[in-house]
Write a protein that binds this ligand. Sequence first.
Ligand code: SF4
Length: 336
Amino acid sequence: MLRFSAVGDVVLTSPAIDALRAAWPEARIVYAIKERLAHLVQHNPHVDTVVGLRAGEGPLSYAKRLRAIKPDVVLDLHGKIRSKILRALMPGVPKVVWHKRDFRDTLPVKLALRPYHSSMLFADRYHAAVEELVGRSVPRGRLQYFLGPDDLLEADRVMRASGLDPSRPLLGLSPGANWETKRWPAERFAGLARRALLRGMQVAVQGNASEAHLGQAIASAAPGAVDLCGKLDLRGLGGFISRCTAFVANDSGPMHMARALGVPTLAFFGSTDPTMFAFDGHRVLFAAVPCAPCSFFGRRRCPRGHFRCMLDLDEERAWAALSPLFSAGRLPLLSA
Ligand code: SF4
């Protein structure tokens, strides 16, 4: 099974892994992924072996290592140039490739006829590839993230070092995203933080090192909120999200991890399409302005200049969606 990145896309393969295991209980499932992300699938009990693509490793070397495993079939859930090259370097092995988007969905967008709208859940496309591989219909799997044995310990260590008590109610905020038009404004995250602090909750901001400015801005605008940006590795990230009473995020990898952990999640969607994912029990806010969603992945800036897809989602509306999640408890796992 090939899926090299990114965090959310890898997390979203878990129902497909489930389905594949149910279809072929005796199969040895080998997962090919960037080494720095291997932890995301390392503890999935249905994955037998993880082969990490090392930083700087070329396709010839990596293909040689994959060929040494002697795969009977390859399921390509990546479907980009990197996996295409690898497939070419594994001649004679049957392959099934997933298709992220249906051209009937994307063509009207490319022709600027209408905003993008997915006709199928993202995870359903992975599932369809599994069914194509096994040649029959199989039950859908669940979106589930498997923590490693030290993940909670690592998260607790980082949290305690920053003055947080892992046993107390905690709101996790994840204000980052790879693209600017996927980000709800940091000052509004700070507004949610202030309200949660007033309710007696702990609040922590999560993000990578390049998102440190967001964590700092929120922590300074909401005194008492703790900035953990740059402090959590992948182990700690899963552990931290798992400790949260509720989680607030943009369309990003941590948002998918939170859903896969059953942590009640409020998600903001602006320039991207929320109908690609299931949110039963969680909450998703999407302003549905006429121009949205305007992109498949997100953009550096709003092409229309007004950024209404995010700015129309005000703090009051977000708090009304978020506060019921504090008493929701762990949610049943989804299938997408
Ligand atoms: S406001 Fe419209 S055009 Fe601007 S980023 Fe959002 S969806 Fe795209």
